[in-house]
Design a protein around this ligand. Sequence first.
Ligand code: NAD
Length: 495
Amino acid sequence: MRQIHHLINGVTVEAGSGRTGPVYDPATGDQTGEVALASEADVNTAVAAAAAAFDEWRHVSIARRTKLMYAFRNLVEANGEEIAARLTAEHGKVLSDAMGEVSRGLENIEYACGIAELLKGEYSSNASTGVDVHSVRQPLGVVAGITPFNFPAMVPLWTIPNAIAAGNTYVLKPSERDPSAPRFIVELFHEAGFPDGVLNVVNGDKVAVDRLLHHPHVQAISFVGSTPIAKYIYQTGTANGKRVQALAGAKNHMVVLPDADIGLAADAAVSAAFGSAGERCMAISVLVTVGDVADPLIEAVTERMAKLKVGDGTDPRSEMGPLITREHRDRVADYIGQGAEAGASVVVDGRTTEFDGDGFFLAPSLIDNVTTEMTVYQDEIFGPVLSVVRVDSYTDALKMIQDNHWGNGTAIFTRDGGAARAFQEEVEAGMVGVNVPIPVPVGYHSFGGWNDSLFGDTTMYGPEGVKFFTRPKVITSRWPDPGTSSVDLGFPRTH
Ligand code: NAD
């Protein structure tokens, strides 16, 4: 069985706690690995390594940091298939999805390759007579990332490149459910030539997270995960004086207006609801149909669902893989029954599809006539279940989204420019798609939701990411009167 250890100061460190957690292949249900669960002492060792590396790393030139970041970028690209294979083996997503995850992660490394431009300060000459003012952004010190199971490669890459390129040192605590891909990425980071201690991995659970939240040398925490834990991380981290950004759960609505292209909207709904088995924070989980678009759209979605191939992620024919654990699969399946009991119509029931073996599979489900009081609407299911809520008007659709306590992503499908413009202006969400179901921003914008989908002031990666991992300093300098210089500067001037 594969053993997954910590990587501290450039070397593999076995868990001091003696505690381990199981890692499964979700396609077979077999346990394939055992991950070390850090003790407080393990976390202390990792933070000490990062703190020791910071003094030197922050003074390494921007030119050198940039060269190393390019080398890292090239290694991640060259090893994309290996990273994807590890993702599929422990998360279960199909290989094409896993390759997509690697590409989105690469974007963030590429952005950080431009750190020279991003850290350029501002300069005001002669703000007062003989006085110049300039500003710079400096690193914070040791920072930590705590990441979820659903994007084990991409989410760590949302923050590691900007944080490190800006001169910080880093401790990563990836999800204990699928730790091999992030661990491999950190090995590539070392292969690129970064000094030991600049990036460290501690595997673990609440024990490791709590130590990071209380450790006096950790200056900032970047978290991505579920809403209750995000709230806890934000409250505890900030109470301990740390800078915290905590990206949280979601319930993303896709509004389809009566004038929309039905084929385009149906394709989008199916890929956005069931891609990666719905285990995406930007997955569409509520289809809001306006007026008489509901029946033809549901018919088009149902036709496409019948053709969706669910199977082992390593099989190139599979379009959707298993869920992350047996417990999670059962919890998701339970919601379908809850919807039916509450009076919704289960149009496609994923529970009726049988699969060979013990993998954590659940076929996609479609539930119509859902109302906002039902648990299938209120809870983040995080699985392949798409709810349809029928409304009469654009205004009703907008109000439903405004009343929802989350606000990560949302989308509108229409051919009407006026409606699209009004929606993007008014809707309460951090990321909005117009005829785009999953509007994840490119690496040179920033990612984050509103309301209960984000606790903190800055969103992640792109310009906001650089801001989060640096603090501003403004220097005001008074220079001697040129007339008093020992060099003849030609003062006083006559023009
Ligand atoms: P999770 O909250 O269970 O775990 C996230 C991290 O927190 C993991 O590293 C885990 O070890 C740690 N953790 C779990 N319980 C903890 C506790 N009690 N105390 C301290 N630390 C704890 O989330 P998950 O199940 O791994 O990921 C799925 C969730 O993440 C979904 O809610 C999804 O919407 C969300 N997510 C959000 C975004 C976003 O950008 N908003 C992106 C990806 C995932």
